[in-house]
Every structure is written in structure tokens, then in C-alpha cells.
Design a protein around this ligand. Structure first.
Ligand SMILES: Cc1cc2nc3c(=O)[nH]c(=O)nc-3n(C[C@H](O)[C@H](O)[C@H](O)COP(=O)(O)OP(=O)(O)OC[C@H]3O[C@@H](n4cnc5c(N)ncnc54)[C@H](O)[C@@H]3O)c2cc1C
Length: 461
């Protein structure tokens, strides 16, 4: 019998592109395993909460939503390991474990992603320079391969499959569950230091001094020009100890204030986020932060954007692009200057520009982070020159040996991808072994020719 599904138009977080596919919402692993053999569709891609920006969780064929496969399975208090289904969200983990004194070891800038999505993108946080990406804290994952086999893998068991799956964007098959190591913390607060920098050189120098902080991030005022290009507010810090808290919080260290949340209405007109508004916001944000030390609750530090529900609709119906790149340390200064210059020359006003330090790469075949810096820029879609600008940004990135983050991409071309991810061919070969009929495939894998074995590399060359 065919597994039930609903035809639905889906998009990523950037609201571009849109594709119509058959969406399956299994409630048990048995239902999930039955989808492929039921012959409903030829290929499928897993989907979490759709917080990936581009087309990685989209398909014109089958889409498997994991949101109902969201059970916490076990907790090992001695090892601090939680076992859960892949549809459990980081929000679920925080809600359940922070009051017990445990935090996520690595977190992206939103708590609304699933564990499956975090694994498949091998997400990084503000601590990559010190602690690496999500993969480092994964004890094991359980995968359903294209041949219908359930496989347990880890950094030591079937490690080739593990390192293809972490960062593999769902293309090795649906991740069913995982065992994750959490971090013990003494409070729900962070001891943060703010520092303002005058220009890019100052920002990069201050970031290198930040190597000793567990968390570090620079918000760049990307509308500042000339001698002030690259000026930023640096936010760096560490989990606060119970003894760092003011007396009123010491007997309830995990009680963080519940933030006020706002919702962007559907149909919000994109022009309200034009250059003038963005310029005013950037100038205000830069002035607003005073330098010095502060005690900040974890939600304000890690997830400021989560306060505005559907903030992605601020860009209007045409959506936006988040251009995020990783740049090698030895030339990231030049590359960042060229990227910011190109954006300013194109008279674009990025609403958000964030710079972070990255530590060493892990063995993940498609994992994004590599030693150096990562810069993320949000650009509104629309205007005749956007494609030219994106091509220019990709050229600059490539010329400096950098790479684009696939979980945020919808534009890269196969040859550019191949040059940025030299282990792509190994990934194709491994996928061919796990999934010879290419049962798992997405709009991204078709766009980047990650589906066709070997031939794509030749075509792209
Ligand atoms: C506000 C915001 C801030 C962000 N900050 C960061 C950041 O700091 N660092 C960072 O690294 N990323 C960041 N991201 C990106 C986000 O963390 C990733 O794109 C993540 O993969 C999204 O998870 P999701 O559950 O929404 O997955 P989706 O967007 O639905 O899917 C993303 C990918 O995961 C795959 N996938 C999902 N579930 C499974 C599964 N069970 N099995 C196999 N594959 C699966 C999909 O096929 C797809 O390839 C941010 C996103 C937003 C919206």
C-alpha cells in the first residue's frame, strides 16, 4: 500500500526557491521505513524544521518530514549522553535539560532546528575555534540507507559512513536517531564582554585575541565605509558559574527570563527593509552596545533572532539570500575586505553581517567549517544586479580558497562546488555504495550534480 502524503509547496528559510513535492509525515520508524518500498515516489529527502536557507531540504519528488519522529529515548547521567529521535529539536533538548544543568555543546543561531538537521549540516556555533562542530559531540547516529538497512555509525564504527552523514545534507539517507553528549553548566547565563572595534584590521586582531574565550562572534556594521569598513561589536564569553550570578539568582540559576516575542505578519512588504531602514538599524545597533562586561541570559546571547517569529518574512515575498563563506586564516582579511567592498559597490545593504572564528576542519566529507573565519551576509532578493553580485562574491571566495556553506546556499554551480569541496567525489562514491538506486536526493544534490557518480566531476572540470 502506498504511504500517505500531501502535495505541498515548500521553501527554505530564505523563502527562495520554492518547489512542490509529496510530503510524508511518518509517526514511527516503521512508517518511515515503509515509505520507499511503497513505491510512492522515486526519490526522497529528509526535512527537519526547514531552517536551512536554500534547497537542501527540498525536492520535486518525495520529502520526508521528521517532525513527528521526535521522542527522547534515553539519558545516560554518567556520560551526559541523550539518545533521541532525529526530529527532536534543540529547543526540546534545552527545555528538558537546561533546568537539570545541561546545555548544548554546539548550537547554531536558532534553537528551532532538529537534531537531524543539525547533524546533516554539521552545524557550528560561536565556539568552533575552540571546540569544533556538532559532529564532535555525537556518540553515534542511526541511519536508514538507500538499501533499506539500518546502520549504527560513529567516529569509530563505519566511520566512513559517519563522516559522510555528518554534513552530508540528508544524502546518505534519513538519520533516525542519535546519541549526543551534552555540556554540564552551572547556570542559564553567560558572562559576556562587549568590545567595539574601529575597522576590519582591528576586528580581526581582536578576534584572534578571542581564541581563549569559549564563545566569540563579531557583528559587523557592514554599512560603515572607508576607514571604518569592517567596524564591529565583538561579543565573547563563557557560561557563568553559579557564583558569578547576583544573589537574587543564586538559588535559581537556571531561571532565565522569558523573552518577549514578536511575529512578522504574513504578506509583510519587503520594501520596508530598504537601505535607509537597514542603515538606521545598523547605526543604532552599533551605538546601542556599551563596551564592557555583562551577565546575559543564554536566549539573548545565542538566539536573538528567535525573538522575532518568521523574521525571514521581513524581506517580503521575494525572500533573501544568506551568503555564508569559510575563508582560510592566511587571507581572510583581504577576502573579507573584498567581499564587503563588492556588496557596498553594488549598493546593497545587508541587514545582518556576522563574522566568527573557525578552528580546524573535521574529517566530514562535506562539512563546511575550516580553519580561519566565516562571514555571513543577508541580502534581499530582487534587483537586476543580484546574480552579478553573487557571482562576484563566489569568485572572490574561490580566489581566496574559501567555500560557501551548502546549508545556506541555493545558487552555487557544479564547477564552483567541486572546486570548493575537493572531497565531493569521495562523497559520491560512498553514496553510490550505500544507495545505488539513488533513493535519496534533493534539489541541492541535483543542482550541484552530487547525484551522478564520477561523471559529474568530469563535467564540472
Ligand atoms: C536564524 C538561523 C541561524 C542559524 N545559525 C546557524 C549557525 O550559527 N551555524 C550553522 O551551522 N547553521 C546555522 N543555521 C542553519 C541551520 O542550523 C541548518 O540549516 C540546519 O540544518 C537546519 O535544521 P532543520 O531541522 O531546520 O533542517 P532542514 O532545514 O529541514 O534541513 C537541513 C538539511 O538537513 C537534512 N536533514 C534534516 N533532517 C534530517 C534527518 N532526520 N536525516 C537526514 N537528513 C536530515 C535535510 O535533508 C537538509 O539537507 C541557522 C539557521 C537559521 C534560520
Amino acid at each position: 500500500m502506498q504511504a500517505p502524503f500531501a502535495e505541498q509547496e515548500l521553501t527554505g528559510w530564505a523563502n527562495y526557491p520554492h518547489y512542490r513535492g509529496a510530503v510524508f509525515r511518518p509517526e514511527s520508524l516503521r512508517e518511515l521505513a515503509a515509505i520507499g518500498p511503497s513505491g510512492s515516489r522515486q526519490s526522497y529527502i529528509s526535512r527537519g524544521l526547514g531552517r536551512g536557507y536554500g534547497d537542501a531540504a527540498l525536492s520535486t519528488d518525495g520529502v520526508i518530514s521528521h517532525v513527528r519522529l521526535n521522542r527522547l529515548l534515553a539519558w545516560d547521567p554518567s556520560e551526559h549522553i541523550v539518545a533521541c529521535e532525529a526530529g527532536v529539536t534543540l529547543d526540546d533538548i534545552l527545555t528538558c535539560f537546561l533546568p537539570q544543568g545541561f546545555f548544548l555543546p554546539v548550537t547554531p543561531g536558532t534553537r528551532h532546528v532538529t537534531v537531524g538537521g543539525a547533524l546533516a549540516a554539521d552545524v557550528h556555533g560561536k565556539n568552533h575555534h575552540m571546540e569544533g562542530s556538532f559532529a564532535r559531540f555525537v556518540d553515534s547516529v542511526q541511519l536508514l540507507t538507500g538499501m533499506g538497512r539500518v546502520m549504527n555509525c560513529s567516529a569509530t564504527v563505519h566511520s566512513d559512513v559517519f563522516w559522510a552523514t555528518l554534513g552530508g545534507l540528508g544524502l546518505t539517507g534519513p538519520i533516525l536517531s542519535a546519541r549526543l553528549r551534552l555540556r554540564p553548566v552551572e547556570s542559564a547565563y553567560l558572562a559576556i564582554e562587549y568590545r567595539k572595534t574601529a575597522n576590519l584590521d582591528d576586528t580581526l586582531a581582536a578576534l584572534s585575541d578571542d581564541q581563549q574565550y569559549r564563545y566569540s562572534v563579531a557583528w559587523i556594521d557592514c554599512l560603515a565605509r572607508g576607514g571604518a569598513l569592517g567596524r564591529a561589536i565583538l561579543m565573547r564569553g563563557e557560561h557563568a558559574r553559579a557564583s558569578d550570578l547576583p544573589p537574587r539568582l543564586r538559588d535559581r540559576p537556571f531561571d532565565a527570563p522569558v523573552p518577549r516575542r514578536f511575529t512578522v505578519p504574513r504578506g509583510w512588504p519587503g520594501f520596508l527593509l530598504g537601505p535607509t531602514t537597514v542603515r538606521a538599524f545598523n547605526a543604532w545597533y552599533y551605538r546601542r552596545h556599551a563596551e564592557g562586561a555583562a551577565l546575559v541570559d543564554y536566549d539573548s546571547f545565542f538566539y536573538p533572532l528567535d525573538r522575532i517569529r518568521r523574521w525571514n518574512h521581513l524581506y517580503g515575498p521575494r525572500g533573501f539570500v544568506q551568503f555564508q563563506v569559510a575563508l582560510p586564516a592566511d587571507c581572510s582579511g583581504r577576502a573579507i575586505r573584498e567581499l564587503l567592498d563588492a556588496v557596498l559597490r553594488a549598493r546593497r545593504a545587508p541587514f545582518l553581517a556576522v563574522l566568527k572564528l573557525l578552528g580546524a576542519a573535521n574529517p566530514g566529507l562535506l562539512s563546511f567549517p575550516r580553519s580561519g573565519h566565516t562571514l555571513a551576509l543577508d541580502l534581499a532578493r530582487g534587483g537586476p544586479d543580484l546574480d552579478d553580485l553573487l557571482n562576484r562574491l563566489v569568485q572572490i571566495t574561490q580566489a581566496h580558497g574559501g567555500r560557501v556553506y551548502l546549508a545556506k546556499d541555493a545558487y552555487l554551480k557544479p564547477a564552483e562546488f567541486q572546486a570548493m569541496y575537493p572531497r565531493a567525489e569521495e562523497f559520491r562514491t560512498l553514496r553510490q555504495r550505500l544507495d545505488p538506486e539513488q533513493r535519496y536526493s534533493s534539489c541541492l544534490s541535483r543542482r550541484l550534480r552530487l547525484d551522478a557518480v564520477a561523471s559529474s566531476a568530469r563535467e564540472a572540470a
